[in-house]
Ligand binder design. Structure first.
Ligand code: F6P
Length: 364
């Protein structure tokens, strides 16, 4: 009889609603095959210091699919190929500690790592695969910016939260005859801003894919004034850029961080609008609220399907690949086709066309 598999699972990068649903589905489907599943804490950190590896059994994960966050913890700083280590002189240097991870993985006799993460975590998983570690990946991000899958779990929840926030801003904006500027997440892609802005009936939506002009935004707001609409809602993606300007990165100096930490564009836009239109303007950053709490039904189901599909891929020894939604199916896509392919909102997007036709400005 074939020996039962020993699977390790980790969650990496920013958390996204649905991660616990993936863990639940992996553990339940693996247990049904009489396999063992071990949870690795905090991305890859748990494979460097192996003290906290936990055996996951059906009892410990049953119906955690409705819980936000991840029971395994996560980090967006722990790339074992570029690990910041503080030396005796107190200086931080970047070292490659990936051999140690592979050594521990083998010592613990794992047959496969199911790595759940966004573009950064997928790149790390691919690098480990190239070092001989059998990996199967599950894509996650609220930003929905991963190519090869039609959608990632976490996105639907983030859009629902942002839409609800925009809905709530209408009454206060109208009561005070103010411009309310709300900055939403999404990194270099405008999916969250676009989908929530259109659904929440924003007046202006600014996304990274369409550089904006402050004058055009103000024209739109003043045009509304003429028609008796003395308030406006502006939704700004954190990665939106002014024409000829640059992306706003507030992450410089965060130790161990290899990617940009975006933010500040909403405040910038609000100040410019106030200055140019003379209108009372307020800004808010929705921030991590978009990642918190229970996943929507759509995200739960997608994450459960991804987890079960990942276990199927392990069974088929289909390593170095990622699960992906290609409706109505969940398919396996080789990692080399996934790495580095960021999915932006296409110029000809039907949602952009719809938005323009119902009177929403993109500030262009
Ligand atoms: O990738 C998910 C995301 O929430 C982005 O939308 C955002 O730019 C980033 O993570 C924020 O990261 P952090 O959790 O480090 O603040």
């Amino acid at each position: 009889m074939e020996k039962g598999m020993r699977i390790a699972i980790n969650t990496g990068g920013g958390d996204a609603p649905g991660l616990n649903a993936v863990i639940e589905a992996v553990v339940l489907s693996a247990s049904n095959r009489n396999w063992e599943v071990y949870g690795i804490k905090n991305g890859y950190a748990g494979l460097l210091n192996t003290d906290e590896i936990i055996r996951l059994n059906p009892e410990s994960v049953r119906h955690i699919c409705n819980m936000g966050g991840t029971i395994l913890g996560t980090t967006n700083k722990g790339n074992p190929f570029k690990m910041p280590i503080t030396n005796v002189a107190g200086e931080t240097e970047i070292r490659d500690v990936s051999d140690k991870v592979v050594e521990n993985f083998r010592r613990l006799r794992f047959d496969c790592l199911i790595a759940t993460g966004g573009d950064g975590s997928l790149q790390i998983a691919y690098d480990f695969y190239k070092k001989g570690m059998p990996v199967v990946c599950v894509p996650k991000t609220i930003d929905n910016d991963l190519g090869a899958t039609v959608v990632t779990f976490g996105f639907d929840t983030a859009v629902s939260i942002a839409t609800d926030a925009i809905d709530r801003l209408h009454s206060t904006a109208k009561s005070h005859e103010r411009v309310m500027v709300v900055e939403v997440m999404g990194r270099h892609a405008g999916w969250i801003a676009l989908n929530s802005g259109v659904s929440g009936a924003a007046d202006v939506v600014l996304i990274p894919e369409i550089p904006f002009s402050i004058d055009k935004i103000c024209d739109h707001i003043m045009e509304r004034e003429i028609h008796g609409q003395h308030y406006a809602i502006v939704v700004v993606a954190e990665g939106a850029v002014p024409e000829g300007g640059r992306i706003m990165d507030k992450g410089k100096g965060e130790v161990g961080r290899q990617d940009v930490v975006l933010g500040g564009v909403g405040e910038f836009v609000a100040k410019e609008i106030a200055l140019k239109t003379g209108k009372d303007t307020r800004s808010l950053v929705l921030g991590h609220l978009q990642r918190g709490g229970s996943p929507t039904t759509f995200d739960r189901l997608l994450a459960l399907r991804f987890g079960a599909a990942a276990v199927r891929m392990v069974e088929q020894r289909n390593f170095g690949a990622m699960v992906a939604l290609e409706p109505p199916d969940v398919k396996a896509v080789p990692l080399e086709q996934v790495i580095g392919s960021i999915k932006n909102v296409p110029a000809g997007s039907d949602t952009i066309k719809t938005a323009r036709e119902i009177g929403i400005s993109f500030g262009d």
